[in-house]
Structure formats: C-alpha cells, structure tokens
Design a protein around this ligand. Structure first.
Ligand SMILES: [Cu+2]
Length: 121
C-alpha cells in the first residue's frame, strides 16, 4: 500500500513538472506593435508572461524585478542568446529585433519564471 502511495505521488509530481515546463500557457498577452513593453518580475511570474510582436520590428522589454529571491536574478532568452542581470527595483531594457517568426521562451536561470515572446508576420 505504501508503495502505491509513493508511486502515485511520483506520478503526480511528474504530471506537474510536464504541465509546468511544457504545457502551461499564460492567459494574459501583451501585444507590442512598437516601442516598450514593461514586464514585472514578481511572485513567481512575469507579468505579462506572453508578449506578441511582429517580425522585423524592434521591441524593448523593460524588466522590473520586484522579487528579491535569487531565483529571479537573471532573465534568459535561450534561443536568442540573451542573458540579463536584473537588480531588484531597477528597470533593465532588453532590445530585440526579431528576425524570424516563432515563439521564444524567456526564463529565470532555474526556469521557474517563464514567459514567451511570440513573433508573427
Ligand atoms: Cu528561478
């Protein structure tokens, strides 16, 4: 019986991990036709966590970290080769000129914070 409970807990944990890292889709989307999109880093989430923009249009993401935990200390756009330190309370601009359509993840260094930048034509 104990084994069964342990296995169920393991399965639940795996399901949670799969959901969290692969299936989760943010509900709020910010559309940037041009200019600056402010992104707050707090309470385990980027707000907004889903940003849409158009190919070829420069976009500036202005990250403001409020969460003092070390987890939130960097934001990483892995596919774009961008890593930025985020000091608490100081806005940091990341300027991106998306050259290809697609969905680009951005995360903290442990991938607990997650957001997506979607680039369309
Ligand atoms: Cu983290």
């Amino acid at each position: 019986m104990m084994m069964l409970i342990v296995n169920l807990a393991g399965l639940a944990l795996m399901a949670f991990i799969i959901w969290w890292f692969w299936l989760w889709t943010p509900r709020t989307a910010a559309r940037a036709e041009q200019g600056v999109v402010p992104v707050t880093v707090d309470d385990g989430v980027y707000d907004p966590a889903w940003i849409e923009t158009r190919r070829g249009q420069p976009i500036t993401l202005r990250f403001l970290r409020k969460d003092p935990s070390p987890c939130a200390q960097q934001v990483i756009f892995e596919d774009l080769g961008i890593t930025e330190e985020l000091p608490v309370g100081e806005p940091r601009d990341i300027r991106i000129v998306p050259e290809q359509t697609g969905t680009y993840r951005f995360t903290c260094q442990m991938q607990m914070y997650q957001g997506r930048l979607r680039v369309t034509d």
